[in-house]
Write a protein that binds this ligand. Structure first.
Ligand SMILES: [Zn+2]
Length: 197
């Protein structure tokens, strides 16, 4: 697999997102939701059966909560449950769980590229505007553009020399910038997934 698929946008922040294995191929299609009415829901909770997909959804700009210990843990939190999030996953038992019943989006393929394609097709956004706009740690929108002089003392020398546009997470203060890593992600989304970015 392309290494970019294993990593992501954020150069500095570590991620705790687990690379989870799919838990089988059985499906509960009667519980699946992918119709137009639900597509207006823009918040997601990702099960740990789709950990990599959750990270890519976040890179693409989706509001997605993820916990490597499982979606049930997130859904047990009233603050998350009240947000009426759509639950994304491949876990058949989660589809039948009262916490996610009626709002489960079944990810069909075990392949990441196919998974991204399925989500992007079911929940289209203007990805050219939404890509790289959320903090990969906090799942909140990044702040506005910061000039180099404001962040120069927090940057590696080469970044300072070659990059000029920076964004900061208003919560954790992680800095983000575009570079070769984001170019690779864009090319994967364009060339392999088929998105227009
Ligand atoms: Zn953050």
């Amino acid at each position: 697999m392309d290494r970019t698929l294993e990593t992501g946008y954020n150069m500095a922040a570590e991620t705790s997102r687990a690379q989870s294995a799919s838990s089988g191929s059985s499906r509960t299609r009667s519980r699946d939701i992918c119709n137009g009415n639900v597509a207006i829901m823009t918040r997601f909770v990702a099960d740990n059966t789709v950990g990599k997909l959750a990270r890519w959804m976040s890179l693409m700009g989706y509001d997605v909560e993820y916990d490597p210990r499982g979606a049930r843990r997130l859904l047990a939190d009233p603050a998350v449950a009240e947000r009426s999030a759509l639950v994304v996953g491949r876990c058949p038992t989660l589809a039948r769980d009262p916490a996610s019943e009626g709002r489960f989006f079944h990810v069909e393929s075990p392949e990441l590229i196919e998974q991204i394609r399925q989500v992007a097709s079911a929940f289209p956004m203007d990805f050219a505007k939404t890509i790289f706009t959320r903090c990969q740690r906090c799942n909140i929108p990044l702040g506005g553009l910061l000039p180099l002089e404001e962040v120069a003392n927090r940057l590696p020398p080469l970044v300072k020399e070659w990059r000029s546009n920076f964004h900061e997470c208003p919560r954790c203060r992680q800095l983000y910038w575009e570079g070769t890593h984001t170019e690779r992600i864009r090319s994967i989304l364009c060339d392999r997934v088929g998105l227009r970015i």
